[in-house]
Design a protein around this ligand. Structure first.
Ligand code: SF4
Ligand code: SF4
Length: 116
């Protein structure tokens, strides 16, 4: 199994997950095909050790164990796996400072992506 970053991360990227991941398996896309790999982080499915540290750390509640990804985000499972086939276009994400969202922003972001 692996953990999956869903589209709830898109354009948020506060890297709280990066800070807690023991194996540095959060990646950012550096290639030209932003239509396929949008602006979010990706978990390398072959490097994740299923430690669960990132899920509670994500302020946007964007991370799920693979077998618990909500149906509305099912496509994001394939997207995270697909990054492993394009490793040369990805770099390990470094931790950056970022403001924490407030609860209303988290709810609004979920609604934006059809997850109530
Ligand atoms: S903590 Fe969550 S929203 Fe922030 S970069 Fe990581 S996966 Fe994305
Ligand atoms: S479950 Fe653990 S190893 Fe996997 S991405 Fe999250 S923090 Fe990293």
């Amino acid at each position: 199994m692996t953990y999956i970053v869903t589209r709830l991360c898109r354009d948020c990227i506060d890297t709280a997950c990066v800070a807690v991941c023991p194996v540095s398996c959060f990646y950012t896309y550096e290639g030209d095909d932003k239509a396929t790999f949008p602006n979010q982080l990706y978990i390398h499915p072959e490097e994740c050790v299923d430690c669960n540290a990132c899920e509670p750390a994500c302020p946007w509640e964007a991370i799920f164990p693979e077998d618990e990804v909500p149906d509305v985000f099912a496509d994001d499972i394939d997207l995270n796996y697909k990054m492993a086939d394009h490793e040369d276009d990805f770099e390990v994400q470094e931790e950056v400072d970022h403001e924490q969202p407030d609860p209303a922003e988290v709810v609004a972001n979920k609604a934006k992506w059809g997850f109530e």
